[in-house]
Design a binder for this molecule. Structure first.
Ligand SMILES: Cc1cc2nc3c(=O)[nH]c(=O)nc-3n(C[C@H](O)[C@H](O)[C@H](O)COP(=O)(O)OP(=O)(O)OC[C@H]3O[C@@H](n4cnc5c(N)ncnc54)[C@H](O)[C@@H]3O)c2cc1C
Length: 366
């Protein structure tokens, strides 16, 4: 008898399972994947925005599933019944599972916590940096405006790594198109990259200035109106890079949850259910407060694979130990900022290293 393993979301850790589907099958699993047809790689979000081809920044999940003999269902996952062991999909279908693993990622934290939506600003369009594929539409929007010789006033909200990447690459794209777009960045902090060393943040600030981005510190985003009143122009576009929270689809799941997502033990099993696993940005490792970053999912992949097989064989499960420090490289269009704990290095070499790491990651699954 086979055990039905349902994987929801084709995030980083599940990509590892897809690649090792034959090992899971040998352990007695039949696998169904519930995921959109493409995986958009956040490591290449900035490149997607600044002009890299769509295919270079994403993976064809339908083709990957077919190659590894996995049943692939594209309707989004919306709900879960832990008693009858079913997942429910947006198209009304449901799928029974014996073992479930969730890897559905994250969405952007709304900048105003008090209201349901962000405050309106005239006719400004809002662009969330996640899902990553929205950045393809944003790039097209900038291209269209350039073709019509329309200069855009754009405000990036958020001074963390993704906000800095977005501002730098919007400026780089604008320069390449010869468009006189006005790119600003606002942050509620007194400086950019609050988790980076001071000197690295100053370096990033100089690079933004070189690219023609004005950035504004200490902008309070806790009122409902007038939050961009100090700007001398009305923005056409507001890009929200205000941090990440677990994907909206996990918010109402009947599982133990906290602000960081589905509570999981070090074995990656849900706190209450031994046959339900969660990984990546949608999961919250109990007693840890991990940053939302791709490296967690990448490192959880092999542990998840081991533990699914161990569960089936009745052998011991392995613990996931998050890395204390991990390399992060911010793509600043023509230069990179490499951060590793208190150490940092900015320049073209850092960007080349990022390109190499990201291309190699995607190549594993092509
Ligand atoms: C602009 C930007 C740049 C970033 N750059 C980096 C970087 O360089 N390095 C880094 O480590 N981190 C980076 N991050 C953070 C990174 O995006 C996340 O930490 C990482 O993607 C989390 O991986 P994951 O596997 O949990 O989820 P994801 O990579 O988000 O994958 C989740 C998958 O689940 C799918 N899914 C979602 N909802 C459903 C549903 N209801 N049903 C079925 N499938 C669903 C999604 O389509 C997606 O394919 C960046 C984030 C942003 C916004």
């Amino acid at each position: 008898m086979t055990t039905h393993l349902v994987l929801v979301g084709a995030g980083h850790a599940h990509l590892h399972l897809l690649k090792h589907a034959s090992v899971l099958r040998r352990a007695g699993y039949r696998i169904t994947l519930v995921a959109p047809t493409r995986f958009w790689y956040s490591g290449m979000a900035a490149r997607l925005l600044s002009g890299a081809p769509r295919n270079a920044c994403s993976l064809d999940i339908a083709a990957l599933s077919a190659r590894h003999g996995i049943e692939h269902v594209t309707a989004p996952f919306v709900a879960l019944d832990v008693h009858t062991q079913h997942v429910f999909l947006a198209d009304g279908h449901h799928i029974a599972f014996d073992v479930l693993s969730l890897n559905v990622g994250s969405d952007v934290v709304p900048p105003i916590q008090t209201g349901a939506i962000v405050p309106a600003w005239g006719d400004a369009r809002y662009w969330h940096v996640k899902p990553i594929e929205r950045l393809d539409a944003l790039r097209q929007h900038v291209l269209d405006a350039a073709q019509q010789h329309r200069a855009l006033h754009m405000v990036v909200v958020g001074g963390g790594p993704s906000g800095v990447e977005m501002a730098a690459n919007l400026a780089g794209l604008s320069q390449r198109l010869g468009a006189a777009n006005d790119i600003r960045l606002v942050t509620r902090h007194s400086r950019l990259l609050p988790n980076a060393p001071d000197a690295a943040a100053r370096w990033a600030s100089r690079q933004l200035a070189r690219l023609g981005v004005d950035w504004h510190p200490s902008v309070a985003l806790d009122g409902n109106t007038g939050w961009l009143d100090f700007l001398d122009v009305s923005p056409d576009d507001i890009v929200l890079a205000t941090g990440l929270r677990p994907a909206y689809c996990v918010a109402d799941l009947p599982l133990a949850l906290d602000d960081n997502g589905i509570r999981i033990k070090t074995t990656l099993q849900s706190e209450q259910h031994a046959t339900i696993f969660a990984v990546g940005d949608c999961a919250s490792l109990i007693d840890h407060s991990l940053p939302k970053r791709g490296i967690e999912g990448v490192r959880q992949g092999p542990v998840l694979l081991h533990n699914l097989i161990a569960l089936q064989n009745g052998t011991s499960l392995r613990d996931y130990h998050p890395p204390v420090t991990a390399l992060a490289i911010v793509d600043m269009h023509d230069k990179g900022l490499a951060l590793y704990g208190e150490r940092w290095r900015g320049g073209r070499l850092a960007l080349r290293l990022k390109r190499y790491i990201d291309t190699r990651f995607l190549r594993r699954y092509r």
